[in-house]
Design a protein around this ligand. Structure first.
Ligand SMILES: *[C@@H]1O[C@H](CO)[C@@H](O)[C@H](O)[C@H]1NC(C)=O
Ligand SMILES: *[C@@H]1O[C@H](CO)[C@@H](O)[C@H](O)[C@H]1NC(C)=O
Ligand SMILES: *[C@@H]1O[C@H](CO)[C@@H](O)[C@H](O)[C@H]1NC(C)=O
Ligand SMILES: *[C@@H]1O[C@H](CO)[C@@H](O)[C@H](O)[C@H]1NC(C)=O
Ligand SMILES: *[C@@H]1O[C@H](CO)[C@@H](O)[C@H](O)[C@H]1NC(C)=O
Length: 614
């Protein structure tokens, strides 16, 4: 039962008693924050993130308060529906439970002053860390065992942290109803995400130059740390025991691309969704701007395979949190001895992590931000360490409220070597005969009745006309064969992409590169994730069907998609195949691609741009 999908089937969400609105550590802080939220118009949210980057590193002196906000609605990642939708109503349904524990981030911002409500005053900065939390009676005693070790590293990041402006502290502000509060909190949260994405988009390097060595002057040097092998190579060598039910090693052949799939053409490999770390690393080692002298470098790449580090513990019982965190902590120690690490407080350092952000954010109290339901000790604390706040983290799924988390595409099965590989695939994808209107490769989530997947499968399989919708049942392992999945995507006009265990899916990228228009049900699946690789205008490449709306209206998804005109479909598909596709794939490490920027190029160029702005 070796199943690739097996990993993604682990469901780590937390079921928590409904309606429990709880404050984590400091009720005082909560009240203050609520007051604050009421007082300050939502407009400040637009300002909030503007200064995030710079001020998140500024530790302000003064009064720090531990603030925890809890909200029945905000606790559910999937509850938030917004994005381009002006209505901020919250679908209560979602795949897991009404309430989850998770944690938002260290946010710093600037308040408008009293006199000039719309102006930004730099000296009213404060840092908010909202810990949006509905703690379950998490009484596992093991989870506290590890606290000690971590404390030294962790204290400063968990004790957060609002320094409230004077005007906030004193006000007696009338509290509204809970609904209003939730609503307001949600608006703030969504605006914060959008503002962050805007900020991240502002780092985009519009100079379309490819990786020509001529571009490496002017402080574009990239220094790649030579880490001890235990931080990367030796993790790969543990592939045999990484996942108990399968031999993971085949995924690490060809520098992490996996085994070739000649049936699909040149450049196709059986790439695992968690293989980004070695793939990216082997690329950056060959970057023309790589320098061997730290003094000449502008960007510092830390090739720690943090995702693989975690993965080897995920499916083993009996592993202490202490053990899981140990390698990450060792890395910090190692880095602390490096001169460049302190020079810019880590801001010019980048980590590429091939797993989702939540896996690195096990909560301080043992609850993993709600990400893991059955296993509060899921994952590590790596990204919660205060030392990790300044560096940029490129992840296949970002934590939506962390400015320095940047989402980059999941690796697909396609790794072109040359422009011709790309042209050939574009030709194939654009001409592919799409005999199905809708395709869905996915399994149901039977133990979470709220999950929209069952509904979609139902819509798909009950259409009378068999050509309208085709479902490939991932529960039976049918999705383990890349060829079967890619063929489905090549033969479908629309591909349903409901959230799975987490909001993002590798499948989104597999469908995009196949020219299958993704249908999203949640803005967190893509819109709030990939500011560098997907355009702000979602309508150019995707369809959004709000999941709450879908449930309420009872409308059939297939019918709904039938209503989209052929012209519109063609237009989107051309855009996806010609404009987006090359930028969504990672070329092989010896590639000679010249006419396109692939996903790696885009990421590296923007990183260089970002650090040049420091
Ligand atoms: C705060 O900002 C105001 C106006 O921007 C300025 O006059 C004042 O000196 C600042 N205070 C501090 C402590 O920086
Ligand atoms: C732990 O939780 C379970 C169920 O939630 C409860 O029955 C048990 O008494 C708790 N144990 C402690 C030590 O609180
Ligand atoms: C971290 O916090 C714990 C408890 O909150 C405390 O005992 C410990 O001394 C702190 N460590 C540091 C380095 O501040
Ligand atoms: C769990 O760990 C303990 C101590 O390290 C060990 O003695 C025991 O055999 C382990 N159990 C399993 C099932 O691995
Ligand atoms: C998918 O496969 C699972 C396991 O074989 C089965 O229980 C389920 O009914 C299948 N779903 C559909 C829609 O066929």
């Amino acid at each position: 039962m070796a199943k690739m999908a097996g990993i993604s089937r682990i469901r780590p969400w937390k079921k928590v008693k409904e309606e429990r609105r709880k404050v984590c550590a400091s009720e005082y802080g909560t009240v203050l924050l609520k007051l604050f939220l009421y007082k300050v118009p939502t407009a400040i949210c637009l300002i909030v993130i503007l200064v995030l980057w710079s001020s998140s590193t500024t530790i302000l002196s003064g009064r720090f308060i531990h603030v925890c906000v809890s909200s029945r609605k905000l606790t559910d990642l999937y509850c938030l529906s917004a994005g381009s939708h002006p209505n901020f109503e919250i679908p209560i349904q979602h795949s897991h439970s009404d309430s989850q524990i998770w944690e938002s981030e260290t946010r710093s911002t600037t308040l408008p002053t009293k006199e000039h409500p719309n102006s930004i005053s730099n000296n009213n900065s404060y840092i908010i860390k909202q810990i949006i939390e509905i703690p379950e009676a998490s009484n596992s005693s093991e989870s506290s065992m590890n606290e000690k070790t971590i404390n030294d590293y962790y204290n400063s990041s968990k004790e957060t942290t609002v320094k409230l402006g004077d005007e906030v502290g004193g006000g007696a502000i009338k509290m509204g109803s809970r609904e209003e509060e939730d609503h307001r909190e949600e608006i703030i949260a969504m605006k914060a995400i959008e503002e962050q994405l805007r900020e991240q988009r502002s780092w985009i390097n519009n100079n379309n130059n490819n990786n020509g060595a001529a571009e490496c002057g002017g402080g574009r040097g990239i220094y790649v740390y030579e880490l001890p092998a235990k931080f990367n190579k030796e993790l790969v060598e543990q592939c045999g025991e990484m996942v108990p039910w399968m031999d993971f090693c085949k995924y690490f052949s060809n520098e992490g691309l996996g085994e070739q799939i000649p049936e699909l053409g040149d450049g196709w490999y059986n790439t695992h969704q968690y293989a980004l770390e070695p793939i990216f690393h082997s690329r950056v080692l060959k970057h023309p701007c790589r320098v061997y002298n730290q003094e000449e470098a502008k960007l510092f790449y830390v090739p720690y395979y943090g995702g693989l580090d975690i993965l080897r513990w995920h499916f083993k019982n009996n592993v202490t949190n202490e053990l899981k965190d140990s390698l990450g902590l060792e890395l910090i120690q190692w880095l602390s001895a490096q001169k460049p690490w302190a020079q810019n407080s880590g801001k010019d350092h980048v980590f590429v992590l091939g797993k989702i952000s939540w896996d690195f954010r096990r909560n301080a109290n043992g609850n993993n931000n709600g990400y893991n339901s059955n296993n509060p000790s899921w994952g590590t604390k790596f990204l919660e360490l205060h030392q990790l706040q300044n560096p940029i983290k490129l992840l296949i799924e970002r934590q939506p409220w962390h400015q320095n988390d940047v989402g980059i595409p999941h690796p697909t099965f396609f790794h072109p070597h040359s422009d011709d590989d790309i042209f050939a695939w574009q030709w194939k994808a654009i001409r592919s005969q799409r005999k199905y209107l809708v395709g869905f490769a996915g399994g149901a989530r039977p133990d979470s009745s709220e999950n929209i997947r069952s509904l979609l499968i139902d819509h798909c399989t009950t259409t009378e006309d068999r050509r309208l919708c085709r479902h490939v049942n991932c529960t039976t392992g049918d999705c383990d064969r890349p060829k079967a999945v890619i063929e489905l995507f090549l033969e479908s006009e629309f591909c349903l992409q409901p959230p799975g265990d987490s909001p993002t899916r590798k499948s989104v990228f597999d469908s995009l590169i196949s020219g299958c228009i993704p249908v999203f049900f949640d803005p967190f699946t893509a819109y709030y994730q990939y500011p560098w690789h997907l355009p702000e205008d979602h309508g150019k490449y995707s369809v959004m069907i709000d999941k709450k709306e879908l449930k309420r209206s009872g409308e059939n998804v297939v019918k709904k998609l039938e209503g989209i005109s052929l012209e519109k479909r063609e237009e989107m598909r051309s855009y996806i195949i010609y404009e987006l596709m090359p930028g969504l794939v990672y070329g092989d490490s010896n590639n000679v691609i010249e006419k396109f920027q692939d996903a790696y190029h885009i990421a590296i160029n923007n990183l260089l741009q970002r650090v040049s702005m420091l």
